[in-house]
Design a protein around this ligand. Structure first.
Ligand SMILES: [Cu+2]
Length: 148
C-alpha cells in the first residue's frame, strides 16, 4: 500500500506560505465619461491599497488621463503622469494618501483618492486642506470620508 503521509518539511513550507503577507494586488480604476457618481469620473473614485499594490487607470472612454496631485502625495514619492487616452500605472510603495486627477476634467471633478496602508489623522487633515476646484473638492471630500 502507498504511503500517503506528507513529509514534515512540505507541511512546514505550506504553513509558512500561508503566514506570509498577502501577495501584491492589482486594482483597476476606469476612466469614464459617465458613471454612478455622474459625468467625468474615476470608477471607483476611492481605492484602498497596500504597499506593493498596483493601480491601473484604464482609458475606458476617450479624452482622459490620470496623474498624481503634487499637493496630495506622500513625501518622497515620484509623481506619476499618465498620457491622454493611455493606461496609467501607479505602483504604490509608501503609506499615505495619493490624490489623482484627470487634467482635462479636473475642474469638472474628475478626481480619485488612493489610500495606501495606514494613514494618520494628520495625513487626513493635510488632504482636507488641499485647495481644488469646487466639483473636485466635493468628490475628494466624499472620498476622504471613506478613509479608515
Ligand atoms: Cu477626464
Amino acid at each position: 500500500m502507498t504511503d500517503l503521509r506528507i513529509p514534515a518539511c512540505l507541511l512546514t513550507a505550506a504553513v509558512l506560505a500561508f503566514s506570509l503577507p498577502a501577495a501584491a494586488k492589482e486594482i483597476v480604476v476606469q476612466m469614464k465619461n459617465q458613471g454612478a457618481d455622474g459625468s467625468m469620473v474615476f470608477e471607483p473614485s476611492f481605492v484602498k491599497a497596500a504597499p506593493g499594490d498596483t493601480i491601473r487607470f484604464k482609458p475606458t472612454d476617450a479624452s482622459h488621463n490620470a496623474e498624481t496631485m503634487a499637493n496630495m502625495l506622500p513625501a518622497g514619492v515620484t509623481p506619476m503622469k499618465g498620457g491622454m487616452n493611455k493606461e496609467a500605472v501607479l505602483t504604490v510603495g509608501k503609506s499615505g494618501l495619493y490624490g489623482i486627477k484627470c487634467m482635462p476634467h479636473y475642474s469638472m471633478g474628475m478626481v480619485a483618492l488612493v489610500q495606501v496602508g495606514k494613514v494618520t489623522p494628520a495625513d487626513i487633515a493635510a488632504a482636507r486642506a488641499v485647495k481644488m476646484p469646487p466639483f473636485a473638492a466635493k468628490r475628494m471630500t466624499a472620498a476622504l470620508a471613506k478613509v479608515k
